[in-house]
Write a protein that binds this ligand. Structure first.
Ligand code: ADP
Ligand code: MG
Length: 450
C-alpha cells in the first residue's frame, strides 16, 4: 500500500473516532512522508499540531496503523515545508523511541531567541535537590537585573540546568513581551564571535548581543582557554550589569574550578548568585517519573515507577529515557509490562552501577568510628559523635552529590546550613589534617571496594 492509500485509510478511521471539529483542526494538511523500518513518518504542518497529535492522538493513530499493518511499530512526526524539501529535517528514531529527547526537539526551537517552549517552570519538578536553584530562578524572574546578577547555576549533566535557565527565559518572554530574551550556548557564542572577527564585523556582534534584555548562556565551562571570547564576554557582561539587565549562566562546575578562566571573568561569575543542582534523591526521582508519566497520559504501576526510581539514580535525562523505553515497549506489546519485563529492559539499557544507600553509608561510617548509629540522629554535640556526623555529611555531598537539605533531613532533621558548614569544614580540614585524610580514604575503601 503506498503512503497516500495508507494515510487515507487511517484518516477514514480516525474520522469515525473523533469529533468533526477536532478532525478538521488536527488532521488537515497531514500526510505520510515515508515508511521505513516499521516507522511511519507523518508530515505535519507545525510543532503545535505535533504536540497535540503526540499528546492526544498518538495511541489512536498507532492502533489504526497496526490494524492495517501489524508490522508497523512506531510513528514519528516530521515537518517538511514545501520550499525546503531538499534540506529535509527529519527526526531521529531509535528503538527506544526517545521521542522527546532526540532529533525532533530541534523543531521546537524558536529561531529568534533559541528557546525551547517545552522548558517551562510548570513542567519542572522541584525537590530538595534543586529547590535552591529553583528559588533563585524564581527570584530572578520576579526582579530581573537586580540582586541576583548574574545568576550562575551549576551541576552535573542531565540534572535540569538547561531546562531551568530556559524556563527563566520563557517566563520573562511571556510576562513582558517587550523584553528581548536570548539563549545561547557558550560554544555558539564563541563561534559567533570568531566569525565576526574574521568577517570584520565585531561591531555587529557587539550590537547584536547588547540589544538583549535578558541573556542566557549555557555551559560556560567551554570558555576555558578561549581568551579572546572571554574578554568579549567580560565587556558584554559589564554592559548588561551597568544597565540592570539580567544574565543567567549555567556550567557543569563552580567558577572556582573552570580551568583557564580569566580572573576578572571568574569574579564576575561569582559576583551575583551561585547555586547548584544536585542529583535527585529517591523521592524526587519518583515524583519526576510520576509527573512525566502523567503528562504522557501513560498509566504505569506504582511498583514499576518505584523500581525505576530506585535503580536510575544518576540523572534525569536517564530517568526520562527509561520511561520512554517502557512506554514504547508497552505500546508495541499493546499492554502494560510486568515488573520483570521492565527489569530486563532496564538491564539492557542502563549502565550498571554499584548502588549503595544513604542508610548503608551512615551505617558503615558509624561502625568505622565505633559509635551507635542512633546518636547520629540525636541532638547530642559530643565530640565523638559530631565528627562522624560531619564526615557522613561530607561523603554524602562529595561522593553522592546528595543535596544539603536532604542530607540534613536524613540526619535527624538538621538545617541545610549545618550541613554546608560540616561539608566545608571537613573539606578544609583534610587539606591539613593527614590523619583525617587517611580516615576518609579508609572509609571510601569500605564503601566502594566490598
Ligand atoms: P542539563 O542541562 O543539566 O544537562 P537538562 O536541563 O537538559 O539537563 O535536563 C535533561 C532532561 O531532564 C530534560 O528533558 C529536562 O526537561 C528533564 N528535567 C531535568 N530536570 C527536571 C525537573 N526538575 N523536572 C522535570 N524534568 C526535568
Ligand atoms: Mg544542558
Amino acid at each position: 500500500m503506498d503512503n497516500k492509500q495508507l494515510w487515507d485509510k487511517v484518516l477514514g478511521e480516525i474520522e469515525l473516532n473523533i469529533s468533526k471539529a477536532n478532525f478538521g483542526t488536527w488532521f488537515k494538511n497531514t500526510s505520510i512522508y515515508k515508511q521505513e523500518d516499521g516507522v511511519v513518518y507523518i508530515n505535519i504542518p507545525n510543532t503545535f499540531v505535533r504536540d497535540w497529535l503526540i499528546n492526544k492522538y498518538n495511541k489512536l493513530i498507532l492502533k489504526i496503523l497496526r490494524e492495517i499493518n501489524p508490522e508497523l511499530r512506531n510513528i514519528d512526526y516530521v515537518i517538511i515545508k514545501n520550499e525546503d524539501k531538499t534540506s529535509v529535517k527529519e527526526s531521529n528514531i531509535n528503538e527506544k523511541y526517545q521521542a522527546d529527547n532526540l532529533g525532533l526537539n530541534d523543531l521546537y526551537i524558536n529561531r529568534n531567541d533559541n528557546l525551547n517552549p517545552k522548558y517551562i517552570f510548570d513542567s519542572f519538578v522541584v525537590g530538595s535537590f534543586n529547590e535552591v536553584a529553583y528559588a533563585a530562578s524564581q527570584a530572578v524572574v520576579k526582579n530581573p537585573g537586580s540582586n541576583y546578577n548574574p545568576l550562575y547555576i551549576y551541576g552535573g549533566t542531565g540534572l535540569g540546568k538547561t531546562h531551568l535557565i530556559q524556563a527563566v527565559g520563557n517566563y520573562i518572554k511571556k510576562i513582558s513581551q517587550n523584553k528581548k530574551v536570548y539563549y545561547v550556548t557558550s560554544e555558539t557564542f564563541a563561534i559567533d564571535y570568531i566569525n565576526s572577527v574574521q568577517n570584520n564585523k565585531v561591531n555587529n556582534f557587539k550590537e547584536k548581543y547588547r540589544k538583549y534584555d535578558l541573556l542566557i548562556m549555557d555551559d560556560v565551562q567551554f570558555f576555558s582557554n578561549k581568551e579572546k571570547t572571554q574578554e568579549e564576554l567580560f565587556h558584554l557582561f559589564n554592559n548588561f550589569y551597568e544597565n540592570n539587565k539580567q544574565i543567567v549562566f549555567s556550567s557543569d562546575k563552580s567558577p572556582k574550578y573552570i580551568a583557564n578562566l580569566e580572573e576578572r571573568l571568574r569574579s564576575r561569575f561569582e559576583g551575583g548568585m551561585i547555586v547548584d543542582v544536585a542529583k535527585p534523591d529517591y523521592e524526587s526521582r519518583l515524583a519526576i517519573l510520576k509527573t512525566k508519566s502523567n503528562n504522557m497520559e501513560f498509566s504505569i504501576s506504582e511498583e514499576i515507577l518505584e523500581y525505576v526510581a530506585s535503580i536510575i539514580q544518576d540523572n534525569i535525562r536517564e530517568l526520562e529515557g527509561a520511561l520512554n523505553s517502557i512506554y514504547c515497549q508497552s505500546q508495541a506489546k499493546k499492554r502494560n509490562l510486568s515488573l520483570n519485563e521492565v527489569k530486563n529492559l532496564i538491564k539492557n539499557n542502563i549502565k550498571p552501577q554499584k548502588t549503595i544507600s544513604i542508610k548503608e553509608v551512615m551505617k558503615i561510617i558509624s561502625n568505622f568510628y565505633n559509635i551507635e548509629e542512633k546518636f547520629l540522629y540525636e541532638k547530642t554535640r559530643r565530640k565523638e559523635v559530631v565528627k562522624p556526623r560531619q564526615v557522613i555529611m561530607y561523603i554524602l555531598r562529595e561522593d553522592f552529590s546528595t543535596s544539603y537539605p536532604y542530607i540534613g533531613q536524613k540526619l535527624g532533621g538538621r538545617d541545610h546550613t549545618t550541613v554546608i558548614h560540616a561539608y566545608e569544614k571537613i573539606k578544609n580540614d583534610i587539606k591539613t589534617n593527614s590523619l583525617l585524610n587517611q580516615e576518609i580514604e579508609q572509609i571510601r575503601n569500605l564503601l566502594y571496594n566490598n
